[in-house]
Design a protein. Structure first.
Length: 235
């Protein structure tokens, strides 16, 4: 049943955020989207966003009616502060602190803070983020505890009642593919395969069974492994 609420989805153009957008469209009466330009190496994801929105709009008439405005914020300061493999031409590697150098410190904290500020102005209470601590790269700002703490801080700081929805928090990538099928059938699965972007290197030249990407970066490996498990379970 659709809830008579509005939601703001952090929508990058990747597999997870596209699944979250479909999840929100199936649940909320009005859904807006927010993307960020922060000097990311894989900025091609920004080119995927509008095509994805239009494809989702065409998938189901009720989704078309619920899909509202799109917003893109530029956070060049985040890219300038970061020295990571997502914001620099650097080889992907593990760091001495045990985290991969694809971790952009503070990224999700900033994204959700800006999302809350926009939602406050737009009269929106639900923030939807595709963070997950099941199949992930160990990023501390994707953890459930981080999201709960941030929700408390945002509500205290803005004297509001935001809820941060994290529909993928306890799903692995195979289950994320399965959720897409549950939400939009084979058509949504195919849309995600063809039009979303996950690869950290921004590679769109090679088409794999699971979509486009270099095939060897951590994001591609996670997506490929999840796709293989999802397809195996469907047989």
């Amino acid at each position: 049943m659709t809830e008579r609420q509005a939601a703001l989805v952090l929508f990058s153009g990747g597999q997870d955020s596209a699944t979250c957008l479909a999840w929100a469209l199936a649940r909320y009466e009005r859904v807006e989207t927010l993307g960020f330009r922060y000097g990311q190496r894989h900025a091609v994801e920004l080119d995927c966003r509008l095509r994805l929105r239009e494809a989702l709009r065409a998938l189901r008439p009720e989704w078309a009616a619920r899909l509202g405005e799109d917003h893109v914020l530029t956070l060049d300061c985040l890219g300038a502060l970061s020295d990571t493999a997502l914001t620099r031409e650097a080889a992907i590697a593990m760091q001495a602190n045990g985290l991969p150098n694809t971790f952009v410190p503070g990224r999700n904290l900033l994204f959700l803070t800006y999302a809350a500020a926009l939602a406050y102005r737009r009269g929106i209470k639900r923030l939807v983020a595709g963070v997950c601590e099941t199949d992930f790269s160990g990023y501390p700002d994707c953890r459930d505890d981080t999201m709960k703490a941030l929700q408390v801080a945002l509500n205290l700081g803005m004297d509001s009642r935001f809820v941060i929805d994290t529909p993928l928090m306890w799903l692995d990538k195979a289950a994320t593919w399965a959720l897409a099928e549950e939400l939009g059938g084979a058509a949504l699965v195919e849309l995600i395969r063809e039009h979303t972007h996950t690869c950290y290197l921004g590679e769109r030249g090679t088409r794999h069974d699971w979509g486009y990407g270099c095939g060897s970066c951590p994001a591609c490996e996670l997506r490929a492994a999840g796709w293989a498990r999802y397809r195996a379970s469907a047989r």
